[in-house]
Design a protein around this ligand. Structure first.
Ligand code: TXA
Ligand code: MG
Length: 332
Protein backbone atom coordinates (compact mmCIF):
# COMPACT_ATOMS: atom_id res chain seq x y z
CA UNK A 1 0.00 0.00 0.00
CA UNK A 2 1.10 3.54 -0.73
CA UNK A 3 2.01 5.58 2.30
CA UNK A 4 -0.53 8.32 2.97
CA UNK A 5 1.10 11.74 3.19
CA UNK A 6 -0.29 14.91 4.66
CA UNK A 7 0.28 17.40 1.86
CA UNK A 8 1.05 20.94 3.02
CA UNK A 9 0.61 23.86 0.63
CA UNK A 10 2.52 27.07 1.37
CA UNK A 11 3.23 30.30 -0.53
CA UNK A 12 6.58 30.30 -2.31
CA UNK A 13 8.00 33.10 -0.16
CA UNK A 14 11.30 32.98 1.75
CA UNK A 15 9.80 30.90 4.59
CA UNK A 16 8.15 28.49 2.14
CA UNK A 17 11.37 28.02 0.18
CA UNK A 18 13.33 27.39 3.39
CA UNK A 19 10.72 24.80 4.44
CA UNK A 20 10.97 23.14 1.01
CA UNK A 21 14.77 22.92 1.33
CA UNK A 22 14.37 21.23 4.71
CA UNK A 23 11.83 18.67 3.44
CA UNK A 24 14.07 17.89 0.45
CA UNK A 25 17.16 17.45 2.65
CA UNK A 26 15.25 14.81 4.57
CA UNK A 27 14.40 12.95 1.38
CA UNK A 28 10.82 14.24 1.00
CA UNK A 29 8.76 15.22 -2.05
CA UNK A 30 8.06 18.87 -2.89
CA UNK A 31 6.11 20.31 -5.85
CA UNK A 32 7.96 23.39 -7.08
CA UNK A 33 6.96 25.96 -9.72
CA UNK A 34 9.23 26.29 -12.75
CA UNK A 35 8.86 28.51 -15.83
CA UNK A 36 7.47 25.49 -17.76
CA UNK A 37 5.26 23.40 -15.43
CA UNK A 38 5.30 22.48 -11.74
CA UNK A 39 7.95 19.86 -11.00
CA UNK A 40 7.77 17.10 -8.39
CA UNK A 41 11.20 17.42 -6.79
CA UNK A 42 13.28 15.07 -4.67
CA UNK A 43 17.01 14.98 -4.04
CA UNK A 44 18.62 13.23 -7.00
CA UNK A 45 21.43 11.72 -4.93
CA UNK A 46 19.30 9.41 -2.74
CA UNK A 47 17.77 6.21 -4.11
CA UNK A 48 14.86 6.17 -1.69
CA UNK A 49 13.94 9.81 -2.34
CA UNK A 50 13.93 9.17 -6.11
CA UNK A 51 11.93 5.98 -5.63
CA UNK A 52 9.25 8.06 -3.89
CA UNK A 53 8.83 10.19 -7.03
CA UNK A 54 8.10 7.10 -9.13
CA UNK A 55 5.64 5.82 -6.52
CA UNK A 56 3.79 9.13 -6.06
CA UNK A 57 3.33 9.56 -9.82
CA UNK A 58 2.71 5.90 -10.60
CA UNK A 59 5.50 6.26 -13.14
CA UNK A 60 7.17 3.25 -14.76
CA UNK A 61 10.75 2.94 -13.54
CA UNK A 62 12.20 2.73 -17.06
CA UNK A 63 11.26 6.36 -17.72
CA UNK A 64 14.23 8.50 -16.59
CA UNK A 65 14.01 11.87 -14.81
CA UNK A 66 15.44 15.31 -15.53
CA UNK A 67 18.09 16.49 -13.05
CA UNK A 68 17.69 20.18 -12.17
CA UNK A 69 20.81 22.18 -11.37
CA UNK A 70 21.81 25.79 -10.70
CA UNK A 71 23.95 26.33 -13.76
CA UNK A 72 26.23 24.79 -16.35
CA UNK A 73 29.05 24.41 -13.87
CA UNK A 74 26.98 22.18 -11.61
CA UNK A 75 25.60 20.36 -14.67
CA UNK A 76 29.12 19.61 -15.90
CA UNK A 77 29.83 17.69 -12.70
CA UNK A 78 27.19 15.13 -13.68
CA UNK A 79 27.30 15.22 -17.49
CA UNK A 80 29.79 15.76 -20.30
CA UNK A 81 29.33 19.27 -21.70
CA UNK A 82 32.37 19.31 -23.96
CA UNK A 83 31.93 20.99 -27.35
CA UNK A 84 28.67 22.44 -28.63
CA UNK A 85 26.57 21.11 -25.72
CA UNK A 86 28.44 23.44 -23.35
CA UNK A 87 28.03 26.41 -25.68
CA UNK A 88 24.29 25.77 -26.00
CA UNK A 89 23.86 25.44 -22.24
CA UNK A 90 25.76 28.67 -21.66
CA UNK A 91 23.60 30.47 -24.19
CA UNK A 92 20.15 29.29 -23.08
CA UNK A 93 20.45 28.55 -19.37
CA UNK A 94 18.80 29.33 -17.11
CA UNK A 95 15.78 28.48 -19.23
CA UNK A 96 13.37 25.89 -20.62
CA UNK A 97 15.92 23.63 -22.34
CA UNK A 98 16.94 20.15 -21.17
CA UNK A 99 20.18 18.68 -22.49
CA UNK A 100 20.70 14.92 -22.72
CA UNK A 101 24.45 14.33 -22.46
CA UNK A 102 26.78 11.40 -21.64
CA UNK A 103 26.73 10.71 -17.91
CA UNK A 104 29.93 11.16 -15.91
CA UNK A 105 30.33 8.05 -13.75
CA UNK A 106 30.42 7.96 -9.97
CA UNK A 107 29.04 11.39 -9.18
CA UNK A 108 26.56 10.16 -6.62
CA UNK A 109 23.36 10.33 -8.68
CA UNK A 110 20.77 7.72 -7.70
CA UNK A 111 20.72 4.96 -10.31
CA UNK A 112 16.96 5.29 -10.74
CA UNK A 113 17.35 8.86 -12.04
CA UNK A 114 18.82 7.81 -15.38
CA UNK A 115 16.90 4.51 -15.40
CA UNK A 116 20.04 2.67 -16.46
CA UNK A 117 20.84 4.86 -19.49
CA UNK A 118 24.45 5.94 -20.18
CA UNK A 119 23.15 9.49 -20.59
CA UNK A 120 21.62 12.00 -18.18
CA UNK A 121 19.09 14.78 -18.77
CA UNK A 122 20.06 18.11 -17.15
CA UNK A 123 18.32 21.47 -16.96
CA UNK A 124 18.96 24.79 -15.17
CA UNK A 125 15.50 26.37 -14.76
CA UNK A 126 14.95 30.14 -14.78
CA UNK A 127 12.00 30.37 -12.38
CA UNK A 128 13.06 32.53 -9.40
CA UNK A 129 11.52 30.13 -6.85
CA UNK A 130 13.26 27.05 -8.25
CA UNK A 131 16.51 29.02 -8.52
CA UNK A 132 16.29 30.24 -4.92
CA UNK A 133 15.63 26.66 -3.80
CA UNK A 134 18.61 25.28 -5.74
CA UNK A 135 20.81 27.95 -4.12
CA UNK A 136 19.87 26.68 -0.64
CA UNK A 137 20.71 23.01 -1.15
CA UNK A 138 23.92 21.25 -2.03
CA UNK A 139 22.42 18.45 -4.10
CA UNK A 140 20.63 18.46 -7.50
CA UNK A 141 16.88 17.86 -7.81
CA UNK A 142 15.23 15.14 -9.84
CA UNK A 143 11.90 16.57 -10.98
CA UNK A 144 9.35 15.27 -13.45
CA UNK A 145 6.12 17.15 -14.01
CA UNK A 146 4.03 17.10 -10.81
CA UNK A 147 1.08 15.05 -12.08
CA UNK A 148 -0.02 11.44 -11.94
CA UNK A 149 1.64 9.55 -14.78
CA UNK A 150 -0.21 9.91 -18.09
CA UNK A 151 -2.41 12.82 -17.00
CA UNK A 152 -2.34 16.54 -17.74
CA UNK A 153 0.74 18.44 -16.59
CA UNK A 154 0.23 21.06 -13.85
CA UNK A 155 0.65 24.78 -14.47
CA UNK A 156 -0.75 25.87 -11.09
CA UNK A 157 -0.47 24.75 -7.47
CA UNK A 158 -4.17 23.78 -7.59
CA UNK A 159 -3.50 21.42 -10.51
CA UNK A 160 -0.80 19.75 -8.42
CA UNK A 161 -3.09 19.42 -5.44
CA UNK A 162 -5.87 17.90 -7.55
CA UNK A 163 -3.49 15.22 -8.83
CA UNK A 164 -1.12 14.50 -5.93
CA UNK A 165 -2.83 15.50 -2.67
CA UNK A 166 -2.01 12.92 -0.01
CA UNK A 167 0.88 11.51 -2.08
CA UNK A 168 3.58 14.18 -1.50
CA UNK A 169 4.85 16.27 1.42
CA UNK A 170 4.67 19.87 0.26
CA UNK A 171 3.42 22.13 -2.54
CA UNK A 172 5.12 25.50 -3.02
CA UNK A 173 2.50 27.81 -4.49
CA UNK A 174 4.28 30.22 -6.82
CA UNK A 175 1.31 31.09 -9.06
CA UNK A 176 0.82 30.06 -12.68
CA UNK A 177 3.72 28.92 -14.88
CA UNK A 178 4.57 31.35 -17.63
CA UNK A 179 5.71 29.11 -20.51
CA UNK A 180 3.13 26.43 -19.76
CA UNK A 181 4.78 23.61 -21.75
CA UNK A 182 7.60 21.29 -20.68
CA UNK A 183 11.16 22.14 -21.70
CA UNK A 184 12.53 21.39 -25.14
CA UNK A 185 14.80 18.31 -24.90
CA UNK A 186 17.97 18.36 -27.03
CA UNK A 187 20.59 15.67 -27.57
CA UNK A 188 23.65 16.40 -29.71
CA UNK A 189 25.14 13.10 -30.84
CA UNK A 190 28.81 12.21 -31.32
CA UNK A 191 28.62 13.31 -34.95
CA UNK A 192 27.30 16.75 -33.97
CA UNK A 193 23.76 16.02 -35.20
CA UNK A 194 21.00 17.70 -33.18
CA UNK A 195 18.08 15.53 -32.03
CA UNK A 196 14.96 17.21 -30.69
CA UNK A 197 13.67 14.57 -28.27
CA UNK A 198 10.72 16.74 -27.22
CA UNK A 199 9.48 20.03 -28.76
CA UNK A 200 8.99 22.84 -26.26
CA UNK A 201 9.43 26.57 -25.63
CA UNK A 202 12.97 26.76 -27.05
CA UNK A 203 13.03 26.77 -30.86
CA UNK A 204 16.04 24.63 -31.78
CA UNK A 205 16.17 25.69 -35.43
CA UNK A 206 16.45 29.35 -34.38
CA UNK A 207 19.07 28.43 -31.76
CA UNK A 208 21.08 26.50 -34.34
CA UNK A 209 21.01 29.55 -36.64
CA UNK A 210 22.47 31.71 -33.87
CA UNK A 211 25.37 29.32 -33.32
CA UNK A 212 26.09 28.30 -36.90
CA UNK A 213 25.87 29.80 -40.37
CA UNK A 214 22.14 30.44 -40.91
CA UNK A 215 22.71 30.21 -44.67
CA UNK A 216 23.74 26.63 -44.21
CA UNK A 217 20.89 25.22 -42.12
CA UNK A 218 21.15 21.67 -40.92
CA UNK A 219 18.37 19.25 -40.37
CA UNK A 220 17.31 18.87 -36.75
CA UNK A 221 16.13 15.32 -36.28
CA UNK A 222 12.86 15.03 -34.46
CA UNK A 223 12.30 12.39 -31.86
CA UNK A 224 14.52 9.86 -33.56
CA UNK A 225 17.99 8.90 -32.53
CA UNK A 226 20.31 6.05 -31.95
CA UNK A 227 19.06 3.51 -29.45
CA UNK A 228 18.99 4.77 -25.90
CA UNK A 229 18.61 8.47 -26.59
CA UNK A 230 14.93 8.60 -27.37
CA UNK A 231 12.99 10.29 -24.57
CA UNK A 232 11.17 7.24 -23.26
CA UNK A 233 8.42 9.38 -21.76
CA UNK A 234 7.35 10.58 -25.18
CA UNK A 235 4.61 8.03 -25.64
CA UNK A 236 1.54 8.34 -27.78
CA UNK A 237 -1.06 8.60 -25.03
CA UNK A 238 -0.26 11.32 -22.51
CA UNK A 239 -1.72 14.57 -21.16
CA UNK A 240 -5.16 12.97 -21.27
CA UNK A 241 -8.21 14.80 -19.86
CA UNK A 242 -9.74 11.35 -19.35
CA UNK A 243 -12.31 11.64 -22.17
CA UNK A 244 -12.22 11.54 -25.99
CA UNK A 245 -10.56 14.57 -27.62
CA UNK A 246 -11.34 15.71 -31.20
CA UNK A 247 -8.69 17.92 -32.84
CA UNK A 248 -8.94 20.62 -35.54
CA UNK A 249 -12.58 21.27 -34.70
CA UNK A 250 -14.13 24.45 -36.11
CA UNK A 251 -17.27 24.21 -34.01
CA UNK A 252 -18.53 22.20 -31.08
CA UNK A 253 -20.78 19.23 -31.64
CA UNK A 254 -23.33 18.02 -29.09
CA UNK A 255 -21.86 17.02 -25.72
CA UNK A 256 -18.46 18.55 -26.50
CA UNK A 257 -16.52 20.96 -24.29
CA UNK A 258 -14.96 23.28 -26.86
CA UNK A 259 -11.46 24.76 -26.51
CA UNK A 260 -11.21 27.66 -28.94
CA UNK A 261 -8.31 29.49 -30.58
CA UNK A 262 -8.27 32.78 -32.54
CA UNK A 263 -11.45 33.14 -34.64
CA UNK A 264 -12.82 29.80 -33.42
CA UNK A 265 -14.77 30.40 -30.19
CA UNK A 266 -15.24 27.92 -27.38
CA UNK A 267 -16.29 27.39 -23.78
CA UNK A 268 -12.75 28.57 -23.10
CA UNK A 269 -10.08 29.78 -25.51
CA UNK A 270 -6.35 29.13 -25.76
CA UNK A 271 -5.94 32.65 -27.11
CA UNK A 272 -8.73 34.87 -28.47
CA UNK A 273 -6.12 36.91 -30.36
CA UNK A 274 -4.54 33.82 -31.93
CA UNK A 275 -1.21 34.20 -30.07
CA UNK A 276 0.60 30.83 -29.89
CA UNK A 277 2.68 31.85 -26.86
CA UNK A 278 -0.46 32.71 -24.90
CA UNK A 279 -1.96 29.43 -26.11
CA UNK A 280 1.07 27.49 -24.79
CA UNK A 281 0.78 29.01 -21.34
CA UNK A 282 -2.98 28.34 -21.24
CA UNK A 283 -3.02 24.86 -22.84
CA UNK A 284 -2.89 22.66 -19.74
CA UNK A 285 -5.24 24.96 -17.80
CA UNK A 286 -7.81 24.60 -20.60
CA UNK A 287 -7.33 20.80 -20.67
CA UNK A 288 -7.84 20.69 -16.89
CA UNK A 289 -11.12 22.65 -17.32
CA UNK A 290 -12.24 20.27 -20.08
CA UNK A 291 -11.50 17.37 -17.78
CA UNK A 292 -13.52 18.88 -14.90
CA UNK A 293 -16.47 19.78 -17.16
CA UNK A 294 -19.56 17.56 -17.07
CA UNK A 295 -19.50 17.16 -20.85
CA UNK A 296 -18.23 13.72 -21.94
CA UNK A 297 -16.24 14.89 -25.00
CA UNK A 298 -13.65 17.56 -25.78
CA UNK A 299 -13.03 19.42 -29.06
CA UNK A 300 -10.06 21.67 -29.78
CA UNK A 301 -9.75 24.35 -32.49
CA UNK A 302 -6.83 24.15 -34.95
CA UNK A 303 -3.56 25.71 -33.73
CA UNK A 304 -0.98 26.76 -36.38
CA UNK A 305 2.33 24.86 -36.53
CA UNK A 306 4.32 28.09 -36.22
CA UNK A 307 6.81 28.63 -33.36
CA UNK A 308 5.71 27.00 -30.12
CA UNK A 309 2.55 25.89 -31.99
CA UNK A 310 4.49 22.77 -32.96
CA UNK A 311 4.97 21.85 -29.31
CA UNK A 312 1.29 22.61 -28.58
CA UNK A 313 0.18 20.29 -31.39
CA UNK A 314 2.57 17.59 -30.15
CA UNK A 315 0.86 17.68 -26.72
CA UNK A 316 -2.64 17.86 -28.26
CA UNK A 317 -2.02 14.79 -30.43
CA UNK A 318 -0.96 12.85 -27.34
CA UNK A 319 -3.98 14.12 -25.36
CA UNK A 320 -6.20 12.84 -28.20
CA UNK A 321 -4.66 9.35 -28.36
CA UNK A 322 -6.72 6.81 -26.41
CA UNK A 323 -4.64 5.00 -23.75
CA UNK A 324 -5.51 1.65 -25.32
CA UNK A 325 -3.63 2.58 -28.47
CA UNK A 326 -0.45 3.10 -26.49
CA UNK A 327 1.20 -0.27 -26.09
CA UNK A 328 4.11 1.07 -24.09
CA UNK A 329 1.92 3.37 -21.97
CA UNK A 330 4.32 5.14 -19.65
CA UNK A 331 3.34 8.76 -19.35
CA UNK A 332 5.34 11.17 -17.32
O1 TXA B 1 9.96 21.42 -18.21
C1 TXA B 1 10.31 20.31 -17.82
O2 TXA B 1 11.19 19.65 -18.40
C2 TXA B 1 9.61 19.76 -16.57
C3 TXA B 1 10.01 20.66 -15.40
C4 TXA B 1 9.50 20.14 -14.08
O3 TXA B 1 11.40 20.82 -15.37
N1 TXA B 1 9.96 18.39 -16.33
C5 TXA B 1 9.51 17.36 -17.10
O4 TXA B 1 9.88 16.11 -16.67
O5 TXA B 1 8.83 17.53 -18.09
P1 TXA B 1 9.18 14.76 -17.19
O6 TXA B 1 9.70 13.68 -16.33
O7 TXA B 1 7.72 14.95 -17.23
O8 TXA B 1 9.79 14.56 -18.59
C6 TXA B 1 11.14 14.17 -18.71
C7 TXA B 1 11.43 13.67 -20.09
C8 TXA B 1 10.84 12.30 -20.32
O9 TXA B 1 10.29 12.25 -21.63
C9 TXA B 1 12.06 11.40 -20.21
O10 TXA B 1 11.91 10.22 -20.92
C10 TXA B 1 13.14 12.30 -20.77
O11 TXA B 1 12.85 13.54 -20.22
N2 TXA B 1 14.49 11.89 -20.33
C11 TXA B 1 15.02 11.92 -19.10
N3 TXA B 1 16.27 11.43 -19.09
C12 TXA B 1 16.56 11.08 -20.36
C13 TXA B 1 17.70 10.53 -21.02
N4 TXA B 1 18.81 10.19 -20.35
N5 TXA B 1 17.62 10.31 -22.34
C14 TXA B 1 16.50 10.64 -23.03
N6 TXA B 1 15.40 11.17 -22.47
C15 TXA B 1 15.42 11.39 -21.17
MG1 MG C 1 5.49 14.90 -17.62
Amino acid sequence: MDRKYVTEMVPADAAGIARAAEVLREGGLVAVPTETVYGLAARADKEDAVARIYRAKGRPSFNPLIVHVRDRQQAAYFGDFAGTAGVVAELVWPGPLTMVVPRVGDRGLAEAVAAGLPTVALRAPSHPVMRALLEQIDFPLAAPSANRSGFISPTSAEHVRASLDGRIDLILDGGPCEDGLESTILHIDGGGVWHELRPGPINLAALHDILFDPHNPVEIRRGTGERGIEAPGQLASHYSPGKPVRLNATQAEAEEFMIGFGQVPGDVTLSASGDVNEAASRLYGCLHLSSASDRPHVAVAPVPEEGVGRAINDRLRRAATPPDNDQSSSGS
